[in-house]
Unconditional design. Sequence first.
Length: 351
Amino acid sequence: MKKKIYLILLLLFSISISFSQKSEKKYTIRTIAFYNLENLFDTINDTSINDEASPMMELKSNRSKVYWDKIDKLASTIAQIGLEKTKTSPAIIGVSEVENLSVLEDLVKSKHLIEKNYGIVHYDSPDKRGIDVAFLYQKRYFKPVYHEVFNPNIYRNNRKVFTRDQLLVSGYLDDELIHIIVNHWPSRSGGEAKSRPLREKAAYQNLKIIEKIRDKNEHAKILTMGDFNDDPINSSFKKILKTKRKKKNVNENDIYNPYENLHRRGFNTLVYRDNLNLFDMILISSSLLDKGKKEYATYKMYKAMIFNKRFLSDKKGKYKGYPFRSFSNGAYTGGYSDHYPVYMYLIKEKN
């Protein structure tokens, strides 16, 4: 009798283990990131733009040494974003403050990234200093099928503001079509209030791009990322893009901003004159949002974060705790960038 009971219990235990193994879900995880690379200029004077105003060109000596050190530091940082979950660098990363295609090629050929085989989408922008946005992608994970730039056509006092284009890249992340907009909106030069209309106009341009995508597919998966030079609570987001902070309030065709909650909790991506700002963000369309249902049959956002590891912060002096920037007062500091990168995980169940 005891032997029979033992066999029954053993059988039930085996069934339980088998069921547990079958019901354990496995996921594909991809990192999507954005990083302002803080004046990544080469050492060659380009007379077609005002690159003389760049910190690199202001250096009196050792420009080449500084350039390659900065390339190495930025590439090393990118290689670590999302590494703990995906065991690789970002599948997709938008970048800003790059001078040209050449500096991007040097970046992706660095010893830290060369094995990742990054592709590049880049256009020269009309910005007077020649700083551009760009899109980098690991070719084994993402296949671009279309890209285009949009000039926000911003005017102030009837004079055109030569700011950065907004870059749209559409393609397949594994087998899913997604659309990414990379931004670097007008700065706060002259003060936040005075320059606010410029960023509101940039937000309108973003909205037009999103509407253009949705004209072809109303359920399109869209991410808009960048250095927006605005915090999540500013009018460009709340009044123009009408971004939502709470998942439960996100309806179809709304835009969810996971960085608004981080901003409310006091997180930042840069510090300017002792003011904490969260200008760097990744926003998503409702089609990428799981509203607590844990349904990941297709790619959904799992978590959004700021990559603010200790090595990216200044450890001493007047700017202790600030992002460890590359340049200050006309000199090279040996830092990384005056912005922290931001990133999010997209996940879906494996078949």
